[in-house]
Design a protein around this ligand. Structure first.
Ligand SMILES: C[S@@+](CC[C@H](N)C(=O)[O-])C[C@H]1O[C@@H](n2cnc3c(N)ncnc32)[C@H](O)[C@@H]1O
Length: 318
């Protein structure tokens, strides 16, 4: 990347130049933005301690030499190393809420944010949700957004098998002052949750198959593999969740799981299961809902792949 430090002067100059460099380098966008302009704005505003919605009046203002160096360093890391912007700014947005992120967690981007903002209505009666589980919580974004926006009186467990992820979730819970209502739990799927019963279980598990992993742009290499890989058909975790979830739901409980592109494999393997596929107004797909009744009817309580199998799989991902 060239060094145009003496030729660029204003905030607008840097945003325009960054945008051109990002397009030229054919970066992948999808970790928080979907285009080069927004990506450049995010990095410039972060370096200059400005809000991401930079007021128009500032576009013509000049940067100091030190500020220019800071912006160019971020651009350089984004273009040369392909580090996703949220790992450079240490923040990501989910359901219009700000989350601390670093490379210990996947960057929040689940389309479920939309359904959390809609409080999952009419599928869920929000006031009846007293206990919720966010399984595979990562940064804690689903648990925290649900606590903030959908279920103000619910107690929420945020479970993950990665202690590093749980440290980040804990930091986000503290940032939102939710320590009394949202608790992190170390758990290999439902392994540490015996005896618990939830009105709602929401889960965004790893669900990428090897073909998907191989096709992922370089940016994904910075995300923890344990958050992405899910066996040969992408269903390694999802099948266990289906087998076990009923035991951890209240009688009228509901399970909501994101399966992404593994939707096709899932439907092929379970042609008789009446999955309800949630529809999205702002883009997204691959999220199903099943009631506890349906889970009891279609899935036996016996484990298909026991916890041992799950741990074996994890050894290779950790
Ligand atoms: C796709 S990420 C989702 C993170 C977050 N919920 C979100 O939506 O951004 C999947 C998460 O599942 C966790 N995970 C992987 N295997 C697990 C297991 N066996 N039990 C619990 N969590 C697991 C990973 O550590 C990762 O944080």
């Amino acid at each position: 990347m060239e060094n145009p430090i003496d030729e660029l002067h204003t905030l607008g100059d840097f945003i325009r130049w960054g945008m051109s460099q990002f397009n030229k380098a054919q970066l992948f966008f999808g970790h928080g933005t979907d285009n080069a302009l927004d990506e450049a704005i995010i990095l410039v505003s972060h370096a200059l301690h400005l809000p991401p919605q930079v007021p128009d009046i500032l576009w013509q203002t000049r940067l100091t030499y030190a500020e220019k160096q800071k912006v160019l360093e971020l651009f350089n890391q984004r273009v040369q190393q392909r580090i996703p912007a949220p790992y450079l700014t240490y923040e990501a947005w989910f359901a219009n809420l700000r989350f601390y992120v670093d490379q210990r967690v996947l960057i929040p981007r689940s389309p479920m944010a939309e359904w959390i903002e809609r409080r999952f209505e009419p599928w869920i009666e929000p006031r009846r949700v007293k206990r919720m589980l966010d399984l595979c919580t990562g940064s804690g974004c689903i648990a925290i957004a649900s606590a903030m926006l959908a279920f103000p009186y619910a107690k929420i467990d945020a479970a993950d098998v990665s202690n590093k992820a749980l440290e980040v979730a804990q930091k986000n819970i503290k940032n939102y002052g939710l320590e009394q209502r949202v608790h992190t739990v170390y758990s290999d799927l439902f392994g540490s949750l015996s005896g618990q019963h939830y009105d709602l279980i929401v889960c965004n598990p790893p669900y990428a198959d090897p073909k998907e992993i191989a096709a992922m742009p370089d940016e994904y290499n910075y995300e923890p593999r344990i958050g992405l890989e899910a066996g040969k058909d992408g269903l390694f975790f999802i099948k266990q969740i289906l087998q076990q979830a009923a035991q951890y739901l209240t009688h009228d409980g509901v399970l909501i799981v994101e399966v992404g592109l593994s939707q096709d494999n899932l439907v092929e393997d379970y042609p008789n299961v009446p999955f309800t596929w949630l529809e999205f107004q702002h883009g997204g797909e691959g999220v199903f809902l099943l009631t506890a009744d349906q889970l009891r009817l279609y899935f036996s309580s016996e484990l298909v792949n026991g916890e041992e199998g799950c741990r074996d799989f994890l050894q290779s991902s950790l």
